[in-house]
Design a protein around this ligand. Structure first.
Ligand SMILES: Cc1ncc(COP(=O)(O)O)c(C=O)c1O
Length: 409
């Protein structure tokens, strides 16, 4: 079995009928015991194609952190509209470079061992681009291997895409210190002067737009206002930064965006490629956006092991909480049977999760409850494989990074 996303997509959206969708998933996995994670091929195909439509012709680089399954990365990259990988650690990038030739590391690295490996591997050095926002990161490379003794290292600059809102201050993630065009250009000139490095790209990730739902039912009006203002500010600033950099270096790419901002980022003429990953497997944090409605492509099922009371069913497992602030939205969400809720004092437990709700009365020992993880890639760190489901059939297994013995982060 191999995952083929080019074959004909389902004519309907089976996930629009949750009883039949989750029923089919349960049926497909009836002979697999224990906690199981599954990918629904129709849902993944729909999501992958929908991202391409939303990107409006601008190529999409796949954020591997939001997938963490090699076969899924390969299947997505076989689709027209996708090009290259945004990796999350240098050891991962080196591993992927055996089979992929366009890998941008999305975050700076200080991994000395991996840098030593990169600087002694001509092929990997031609395939991997490091992300920098500080000359200290270049100094580290030079301390490991001096410029004349190693292949040229490809680097891209990460520039801050957050919004410095008048009166409100910093809105966005805290990443690159380089905000203004002059600051980015100054680092670019310094890189251009240094032997042993080649500046090939710029990345600006607008997390406050791409990673912030605007239809979550809480504070949406304020979020939409913020995103409109931030998007307008970014359009001007990114244009100025790209214009300044193009005078200094021949850029291969200007990368921007994420799953939640494809339409907006694609409309920026300064951008040559987008990034997306989360929208493929669709953690539930990506449910609350007006622009798109991803299918629940990845999910996990846990088994009821006890009934503490008539209206409570306890499943084994559950505490697969997503990274970020430890708030309600980071918890897995029970999606089938419907209307189950966790106990306020226990939440999703380390080993057991009691669930309440009308359906809990009907659940018996051995029944399954389906959950979605909040984030798209982190579920893969909990399981060695995803079971691949087509319709009502179990058609194969997809090894996660973990399942391949790789725990990168
Ligand atoms: C640098 C960068 N680009 C893009 C993204 C968007 O990825 P996704 O589509 O998986 O949300 C992220 C996510 O955190 C990121 O860190």
């Amino acid at each position: 079995m191999s995952l083929d996303l080019l074959s004909s997509p389902a004519a309907t959206k089976p996930w629009d009928d949750p009883a039949s969708y989750w029923g089919a998933m349960t049926h497909a996995l009836a002979d697999v015991s224990g906690p199981v994670a599954a990918i629904n091929a129709d849902a993944l195909r729909y999501n992958a194609l929908d991202l391409v439509v939303r990107a409006g012709g601008v190529p999409i680089r796949v954020a591997s952190k939001s997938v963490r399954v090699r076969e899924v990365l390969d299947a997505v990259l076989a689709l027209p509209g996708y090009r290259g990988i945004l990796a999350f650690t240098l050891p991962e990038a080196l591993w992927l470079a055996a089979t992929h030739d366009d890998i941008v590391l999305g975050y700076p690295t200080a991994d000395r061992g991996a840098l030593a490996a990169l600087t002694t591997d001509e092929a990997a050095a031609s395939r991997i681009t490091l992300m920098v926002d500080d000359l200290a990161q270049l100094d580290l490379v030079d301390a490991i291997a001096a410029p004349g003794s190693r292949p040229e290292i490809r680097v891209a600059i990460d520039a801050d895409a957050s919004w410095r809102a008048p009166g409100l201050g910093h809105i966005g993630v805290l990443r690159s210190p380089l905000h203004e065009a002059a600051e980015v250009a100054s680092l670019a000139r310094a890189i251009a002067r240094r032997p042993g490095f080649r500046l090939v790209g710029l990345m600006m990730y607008e997390a406050q737009i791409a990673g912030q739902g605007d239809a979550t039912g809480s504070g949406d009006a304020v979020i939409r206002w913020m995103q409109r203002r931030s998007g307008a500010e970014l359009l001007d600033r990114r244009g100025a930064i790209v214009a300044a950099l193009r005078d200094i270096a021949a850029l291969d790419f200007v990368n921007g965006g994420g799953t939640g901002s494809l339409e907006l980022t694609a409309s920026d003429q300064a951008v040559t490629e987008l990034t997306a990953g989360s929208g493929l497997l669709a953690g539930h944090l990506f449910d609350g956006y007006r622009a798109f409605d991803p299918a629940p492509a990845a999910a996990f099922a846990l088994e009821v092991v006890r009934k503490p009371a008539a209206d409570v069913a306890t499943v084994l497992g559950g505490g697969w909480i997503a990274s970020g602030p430890a708030v309600e939205s980071r918890q897995p969400r029970a999606v089938w049977p419907p209307d189950l809720r966790t106990a306020p004092r226990e939440g999703s437990g380390e080993v057991q999760t009691p669930l309440r709700g009308a359906a809990a009365r009907r659940l018996r020992v051995g029944d399954r409850v389906w959950f979605r993880h909040a984030k798209s890639g982190e579920l893969a760190e909990r399981v060695e494989r995803y079971h691949l489901v087509e319709g009502e059939r179990l058609v194969g297994e997809l090894a996660t990074y973990r399942g391949e013995g790789k725990a990168f982060l």
